[in-house]
Design a protein around this ligand. Structure first.
Ligand SMILES: C[S@@+](CC[C@H](N)C(=O)[O-])C[C@H]1O[C@@H](n2cnc3c(N)ncnc32)[C@H](O)[C@@H]1O
Length: 379
């Protein structure tokens, strides 16, 4: 069978880790794009991509690519697509478009409208019935990408964003997105071969994703639904096969999660229980200042507060305390800190060995690595 082109969407800064993941699941001809990884594969690879990739937000399947000189030509190309391959007249659908530098389409709404008309007319001509629009919860999401005179039409195979794993039942004030958390862990190089500490864990996104990585548990295990299950060509047997492709690893090392707030630890525990990983995480209510863990070769990942609620002086003290603790309590380990503030990073007072730009929502952040040598090099 001919390979299909897929586009896995992700956050800026996670493209490289996502492409390694795509390689692992058997994706071919992998190309790194902007906040995306493009690859080829068959239906099994598509199901794996949705079920197993930790750093993908959604997987699009390209169904048609064409050039057009006019709006009519555009409409006719869309009308010619054999939509019945993926949907029927009873399905609800929605069209989402992005338009760059097009003379014909000044706005994306107009492009979406033309595709919608083409789908409806195609069904009317072939079946005498038409599928209905549902922009809230469409069964079929059609993705249109126009750049100058080129158009690519894709179907969104995921539906709800893949960061919505399904295990989070409660949240603290500024939880990390699950895809970002998994990406941070993979970028740090941690794979379960050493202990892991998140001393400001909030709702425990990092420790939960760490357990899933270390035990090789697919993130899709918690999901109730993927959009491709609505497609006419859905192969349930094949999907079950993919879901049963298990290769579990036993957790060998310790995962520690602590936070100054007892309430947040309660929320983190609830999420961990719901994810079935509670027994793998050592939870603790503690100020990082007082945290006593014997660490050696451990990876420490910290997502400290940025300052929505704390006074700037308090925040400065938190970052200075982090630097002091890392230096005195954790030599011989690697620490990574995610923060948006250069000034606060300065308060840490340690030299970083690596810096990766990431986005926490709309906030541009640095993810900085500190190799905590025993001796002078860390100051
Ligand atoms: C940005 S949130 C972490 C969010 C978390 N990564 C998540 O996904 O939910 C920062 C956390 O640091 C905690 N915190 C602030 N000061 C602390 C301290 N001195 N020691 C330990 N935790 C602290 C806060 O209670 C809060 O839960």
């Amino acid at each position: 069978m001919k390979d299909i082109t897929f586009i896995a969407k992700t956050f800026a800064g996670l493209e490289e880790v996502l492409s390694s993941e795509v390689k692992q699941i058997g994706g071919k001809n992998i190309v790194i794009g902007r906040r995306a990884v493009i690859f080829e594969g068959d239906k099994r690879i598509l199901y794996r991509a949705n079920y197993q990739l930790r750093t993908a937000l959604r997987i699009l399947k390209q169904i048609h690519s064409f050039k057009f000189k006019s709006v009519d030509e555009f409409y006719n190309s869309c009308l010619d697509i054999n939509w019945q391959e993926w949907m029927n007249e009873k399905n609800t659908f929605a069209v989402y478009s992005t338009v760059n530098n097009s003379r014909e389409f000044r706005n994306s709404m107009f492009a979406s409208l033309k595709v919608k008309d083409a789908v409806v007319d195609n069904f009317r001509q072939k079946t005498g019935k038409r599928p209905n629009i549902n922009t809230e919860k469409p069964e079929i999401s059609i993705n249109v990408h126009i750049s100058e005179n080129n158009c690519t039409i894709s179907l969104d195979s995921s539906g709800e964003s893949l960061h919505k794993r399904g295990y989070r039942i409660a949240q603290t004030e500024a939880p990390l997105n699950e895809v970002l958390a998994a990406g941070m862990i993979l970028l740090s190089g941690w794979n379960g071969d050493s202990d892991f500490i998140d001393p400001m864990c909030g709702s425990a996104t990092l420790p939960i994703e760490a357990v899933l990585i270390a035990t090789n548990t697919p993130p899709g295990i918690f999901r109730k639904k993927f959009a491709f299950e609505n497609w006419t060509d859905f192969d349930k047997e094949l999907f079950l096969e993919v879901a049963e492709e298990e290769n579990p690893k036993v957790l060998q090392k310790k995962i520690y999660a602590s936070d100054i707030s007892a309430r947040n630890i309660g929320i983190g525990k609830a999420n961990a229980r719901n994810a079935g990983v509670y027994k793998h995480i050592n939870f603790n209510v503690s100020n990082f200042k007082d945290l006593q863990i014997k660490a050696n070769g451990t990876t420490i990942i910290i997502n400290p507060p940025y300052g929505e609620r704390l006074e700037s002086k308090e925040l400065e003290n938190v970052y200075a305390m982090i630097g002091e603790r890392l230096k005195h309590q954790y030599p011989g380990n690697n620490a990574w800190i995610l923060s948006s503030s250069k000034e606060l990073f300065n308060k840490v007072g340690l030299k970083y060995s690596e810096k990766i730009q990431l986005f926490n929502g709309a906030i541009k952040c640095d993810f900085r690595k500190y190799e905590l040598f025993v001796g002078k090099r860390i100051v």
